[in-house]
Design a protein around this ligand. Structure first.
Ligand code: ADP
Length: 620
């Protein structure tokens, strides 16, 4: 029998918890390793902080009463495999690490991918300015941030000039910005005052960003959203401050691309105010990432940015249809943006259809049908690339995915999940991940159910999510208290870009059980990282995931899809995924390779935005 022990020379270990019976001395250190289906505790008899292989160690099993002097241990099974694949010096994490593995220092991103060097350049080049509330990775809450960065990079790669205008949130970590310089000081109007404002230029992952920093309290606080200022008023200020900056600096891009309700007032300000000043050239594109958020606003609030709010209080302009007949009726910045933009895009063809059929904006969108289209989001192939991802303990790609096993093992160890082969049931333990904002849209009841079901099926699941709503947060805290002590489920209620990358890389399956999903990036990222998607058929999920067992086009088949919103429907998809993973490992590996090769990048779809920009541009 060959026993194995995984002890890279740089392995650092942490003190054993006081609850461990006879080996509780705080001077004794331990780590876990997997040997022939047993969990072992490795004890350093010399009380040194670092373990060196095969010197003065004893292996104690948690599950059987054996003690083996390490000197008698044979070839190191895990070490062997990691040595062969070049991971010899990997520092394996443990749940007891003082610094959790996702908060370690990581190398800086090199985003200058081959794509950008080798890509063909367009001939008729544009200047595009995005005005946005989010940008990945410095100010990201969800997909909006990813989309802005990914689309901007894809356009730059094709030779276009792109600037992103972003509020200079206090929470932005300046070390992630290169070459930050103050480029203008100017004043922008708000509520009867001209607010002294700074504009900085810097580079974020290779993209030029203009940061707008007002001297008042707007955008202060520890997070992108939810600061102790009036958010609606802050974004009204920002929308005007972007145009004001263009006006004072004489910047006339071809396209101003606005996103969501936050910059929905910019098209109104542009056509009804700045066109009468010196801004003449730009045309406006609005992308709606999620119709749930309307930017509901009183006439008085809109007037604070210098427009006459009462002018927009009509059904064909900006009255929020949900408030008609109420006293007072209110406005919707998103609706105003739809009416006043030259083109309106939503983020997938299926969501386009869904939004024309239902919802409070359907009649506005139908009235503006000629300029409304659906362009599927992509993922930023520089940021989301398992072959170069700086957050991964081991890199991999579709041709060589041994590194994916290392990532899974790494995450399992770091989170204290049972290592494969130690759980009851089958030897193959599927790991399901769900990385999401914990909001109703994402199918909270199905996420909760999936946790129970995965546990029941003997799989593992990690949920990484943040709940903006206190009630949801408490519900998931209760679940975490219930499950996180075991060895199969981890519910982590936080935001971590680094951990999200590692989870996608570790996952066998990525779960997206949304009630509705305008596009969804998690399933696309999951696929690129070799995780098979298990999704509900809605919006962009229906455009990107095709059932392996049911579809009429087997060449597209890439995941497990269900339609209902009930537990049974989810079980049907999840159970099939588990059976396939456990019973057909070869087929699974083929599918895994296939999904990793699916091109969901912006390189594929950015061209549709560029075509749209070109139909709008005004030549001077
Ligand atoms: P949405 O925009 O509705 O939040 P998407 O699927 O379009 O959903 O995009 C979500 C993005 O946010 C993905 O990049 C996902 O990995 C990321 N994300 C969501 N929650 C978290 C979290 N708690 N920690 C890290 N990343 C997260």
């Amino acid at each position: 029998m060959t026993l194995g022990i995984c002890l890279p020379s740089s392995f650092s270990i942490s003190p054993i918890p006081k609850t461990k019976g006879s080996i509780t001395s705080s001077s004794i250190h331990r780590c876990f390793c997997r040997i022939n289906s047993y969990d072992f505790v490795v004890v350093n008899k010399t009380n040194k902080k670092k373990l060196k292989p095969c010197k003065n160690y004893f292996l104690y099993s948690n599950s059987c009463d054996v003690k083996i002097p390490a000197a008698q241990i044979g070839a190191a099974e895990l070490e062997d495999s990691t040595t062969k694949s070049g991971f010899k010096n990997l520092v394996w994490p443990s749940p007891d690490d003082e610094i959790p593995f996702w908060r370690r220092e990581f190398p800086t991103w090199d985003v200058n991918s081959d794509d950008s060097v080798n890509a063909e350049k367009d001939s008729d080049l544009l200047h595009i300015v995005h005005a946005t509330a989010e940008m990945a990775p410095i100010a990201k809450v969800g997909g909006l941030g990813d989309v802005v960065t990914g689309l901007a990079r894809a356009c730059i790669t094709r030779g276009h000039k792109v600037d992103v205008m972003l509020p200079f949130y206090e929470c932005i970590q300046r070390q992630h910005i290169n070459n930050l310089v103050l480029i203008s000081t100017y004043a922008s109007y708000f509520n009867g005052d001209w607010i002294p404002t700074n504009a900085y230029r810097g580079e974020v992952s290779g993209i030029s960003v203009i940061f707008i920093e007002p001297s008042n309290h707007f955008f202060k606080g520890q997070s992108v959203y939810g600061g102790s200022y009036n958010e609606l008023e802050a974004y009204l200020f920002f929308s005007r401050a972007c145009l004001e900056w263009m006006q004072v600096t004489g910047t006339q891009p071809d396209i101003i691309h606005v996103h969501e309700w936050q910059t929905g007032a910019l098209p109104l300000l542009y056509w009804d105010m700045y066109q009468d000043l010196s801004l003449k050239k730009p045309r406006i594109v609005l992308t709606i990432h999620n119709m749930e958020h309307y930017g509901e606003c009183s006439q008085e609030q809109l007037s604070k940015c210098g427009l006459d709010g009462s002018v927009y209080a009509t059904e064909d302009k900006a009255v929020d249809d949900r408030t008609i007949g109420h006293n007072p009726e209110r406005l919707s910045l998103l609706k105003g943006g739809i009416v006043y933009s030259n083109a309106v895009v939503t983020v997938s063809p299926t969501y386009l259809k869904e939004t024309l059929c239902s919802g409070w904006l359907a009649s506005t969108l139908l009235r503006n049908r000629d300029k409304y289209s659906g362009i599927l989001n992509g993922i930023d192939s520089a940021m989301w690339n398992p072959a170069t991802d700086v957050f991964l303990p081991a890199k991999f790609d579709a041709e060589n995915f041994q590194g994916k096993n290392v990532c899974k093992h790494f995450v399992q160890r770091g989170l204290g999940l049972a290592l494969e082969g130690t759980s009851s049931g089958s030897d193959r333990v599927p790991l399901v991940v769900c990385v999401t904002r914990l909001v109703a849209q994402k199918g909270l009841h199905l996420i909760t159910h999936a946790i129970h079901r995965v546990d029941e099926l003997g799989g593992q699941m990690v949920v990484l999510g943040r709940a903006p709503d206190g009630r949801v947060q408490r519900e998931f805290e209760n679940l975490a208290n219930l499950y996180n002590q075991g060895s199969g489920i981890r519910i982590l209620l936080m935001y971590s870009e680094e951990l999200s990358h590692m989870l996608y890389a570790a996952a066998d399956m990525v779960l997206v059980p949304s009630m509705y999903e305008p596009c969804g990036l998690a399933q696309m990222i999951g696929m690129r990282y070799g995780a098979i998607p298990v999704v509900r058929k809605t919006g962009g999920l229906a455009d990107t995931v095709f059932d392996i067992d049911q579809g009429s086009q087997p060449e597209l088949a890439n995941g497990f899809v269900f339609e209902g919103i009930d537990q049974g429907s989810l079980n049907w998809a999840l159970d099939r995924a588990f059976s396939s993973y456990r019973e057909k490992p070869n087929e699974w590996a083929t599918t895994l390779q296939k999904v990793m090769k699916v091109d969901n990048s912006w390189n594929k779809t950015a061209g549709q935005y560029i075509d749209l920009y070109n139909t709008l541009r005004v030549k001077w």
